[in-house]
Design a protein around this ligand. Structure first.
Ligand code: FAD
Length: 265
């Protein structure tokens, strides 16, 4: 069985607010770039599935030259095969364009049993690439997977984590899934893994090397979704007040009085 995990290089969440709107899309955002945190769960799951089902795991990313950093992190965690998709023709693609390129790469890799994605990216955050990938490949998509219950040559069964409860879903394989953070605890890369990742070569696969690629679906001109504005929300201005009181019931009485005075209750 083959488990293919798609990952994206994103700004370190601690520094997201420092990205300047005019810099979005430039090669250098002036912040530390890391493997999208949601994708760490997908990488960990691909590794666990590889071990559970005696299969193979492959990591794929699409991006500029720096995107190899996302692959390196996945390889350092234990993934053995990495695919780097990079070409000026891919630049400016929206989520559907990205999904179309990834779909062609997945066909090129071949024999996928499951394709794993994170829940969403921490920058674009649309959560559209997974469903777009499934649509492009013509295979089922299951979101918010909290547990992979079983995988056979023909079917896979998942537990989905919903606000209302848990749902069990069985689909035909190959299938695309997005994983939730309940699914596992991502491992930290060890020294051997980091060394292996830094020595590995990540040759770029270009548009010309993807036979099924439809150029009318990729790049800025093909984008169906436009980001027309990008800005950070205003800083929060709330005031924090600690209720003082000798006992818990005294504190509760003061709190209730304040809530009534403020017409909250
Ligand atoms: C110059 C520039 C302009 C842009 N303008 C627009 C725009 O106008 N409209 C627009 O929609 N987008 C725009 N983008 C964003 C870009 O196209 C997004 O990377 C793309 O839409 C992916 O969507 P997302 O970030 O919401 O990922 P999500 O759909 O939230 O990601 C879900 C999961 O899909 C996988 N994934 C996502 N991206 C990749 C990837 N590159 N490689 C491998 N796996 C991946 C990961 O597993 C991730 O967890 C722009 C980007 C640039 C550089």
């Amino acid at each position: 069985m083959k488990f293919i995990v798609c990952v994206k290089l994103t700004p370190d969440t601690e520094q997201l607010a420092e990205v300047q709107p005019q810099d979005v899309g430039s090669d250098d955002l002036g912040v530390t770039m890391v493997l999208n945190p949601w994708d760490e769960f997908a990488v960990e799951e691909a590794l666990q599935l590889q071990e559970r089902f005696d299969g193979t795991a492959v990591v794929v990313t699409l991006g500029g030259p720096d995107a190899t950093e996302a692959l390196k992190r996945a390889v350092a965690m234990g993934i053995e095969e990495a695919v780097f998709l990079s070409d000026p023709a891919f630049a400016g693609s929206d989520a559907w364009g990205v999904a179309h390129v990834l779909a062609q790469a997945i066909k090129r890799i071949g024999d996928a049993t499951l394709i794993l994605t994170g829940r969403q990216s921490v920058d674009g955050g649309s959560g559209l690439v997974g469903p777009g990938l499934a649509a492009s490949l013509g295979v089922p998509f299951v979101s918010q997977v909290a547990k992979v219950l079983d995988v056979t040559a023909t079917h896979a069964t998942f537990l989905r984590s919903l606000d209302e409860g848990m749902q069990t879903v069985r689909v035909k394989t190959p299938a695309v899934i997005s994983v939730s953070k309940e699914i596992n605890e991502p491992r930290y890369p060890n020294f051997m893994g980091i060394r292996k990742a830094s020595r590995m070569q990540y040759p770029a696969i270009t548009a010309a090397q993807l036979p099924g690629l439809d150029r009318a679906q990729i790049g800025a001109a093909a984008a169906r979704i436009a980001w027309t504005n990008l800005r950070t929300p205003p800083a929060r201005t709330g005031v924090c007040e600690f209720i003082q009181g000798a006992t818990v019931s005294e504190q509760a009485r003061i709190l209730v009085e304040k809530l009534i005075a403020e017409k909250v209750i």
